[in-house]
Design a protein around this ligand. Structure first.
Ligand code: IPE
Ligand code: MG
Length: 252
């Protein structure tokens, strides 16, 4: 019996929109919660709650976009300058998040780490952090790092204070010490996204962002979607990263 040959459809365009294949470290400064709430006549706490929902959606979408490490700026050390009730509310939300999401993280292969100071958080939260980290330690699909009471400058300063004990002095061994200080590691950031319209780093991952690509969005964090994350990853894929070398086209 004669079988008609199978004719494969030629793609009409190159699949340029696919995310890059290599695994990425994406860091996000999730800004704009307060303004999102205020513009709706809601208390700022409602913005933080909506922001936590966004974080859940973004964490779920990340592995499918080739992201192996996702670092979210949940609370900066500079945020202690805010009214104590707001900071306490954010810490309570984080505690709630750990309690509700740990089993989900375990099921989804998400390893959760906290970077930042732990000595100023309530001891109940400190315990919840340790429990969540221990319970999710075997996750390999995504390394989720939440920066809480985090200051990059302070972390680098503490690493520098410890560095004098290290015998083999190099940029790599300094990175190892910084990683120890942070507990959650210190790998280079590939893509840094900031929502909320500001275009600054605000003491976030200063060492790790040395060669990061930046994407700034005016959208406020509660409005940020998985599609926005995908667009940012695509934008990153179109950028040429030379790390100071010549672009391929010129280098030949
Ligand atoms: C970011 O949103 C969340 C945290 C800093 C915890 P903001 O609270 O900074 O929101 P805006 O910038 O005031 O809108
Ligand atoms: Mg802000």
């Amino acid at each position: 019996m004669h079988m008609a040959p199978i004719v494969l459809q030629q793609p009409t365009a190159l699949p340029q929109e696919l995310p890059p294949r290599r695994s990425l470290h994406v860091a996000i400064i999730s800004d704009g919660n307060g303004r999102w709430a205020t513009s709706r006549g809601l208390p700022r706490s409602a913005g933080h709650r909506a922001g936590a929902q966004t974080a859940r959606r973004i964490i779920a979408a990340a592995p499918g976009l080739g992201i192996h490490t996702l670092t979210l700026f949940a609370l900066s050390s500079a945020n202690w300058k805010r009214p104590p009730a707001e900071v306490a509310g954010i810490l309570r939300l984080l505690h709630e998040y750990l309690l509700t999401e740990t089993s989900n993280c375990m099921a989804e292969g998400v390893r959760l780490s906290i970077i930042g100071r732990r000595d100023r958080m309530p001891s109940t939260l400190r315990d919840a952090v340790a429990d969540a980290e221990a319970a999710t330690a075997n996750g390999t699909r995504l390394h989720l790092r939440l920066a809480i009471d985090y200051s990059a400058r302070e972390a680098i300063f503490h690493a520098a204070c410890r560095f004098y004990k290290v015998t083999k002095l190099s940029s790599d061994t300094f990175g190892d010490v910084l990683s120890e200080v942070l507990r959650g590691g210190s790998t280079d950031v590939d893509l840094l996204i900031r929502t909320g319209g500001e275009q600054r780093l605000s003491d976030f991952l200063l060492w790790e962002c040395a060669f990061a690509e930046f994407v700034f969005l005016t959208k406020r964090w509660p409005d940020f979607t998985a599609a926005d994350l995908e667009s940012a990853v695509q934008e990153y894929g179109h950028r040429e990263r030379t790390r100071g070398a010549l672009p391929d086209a010129i280098a030949g």
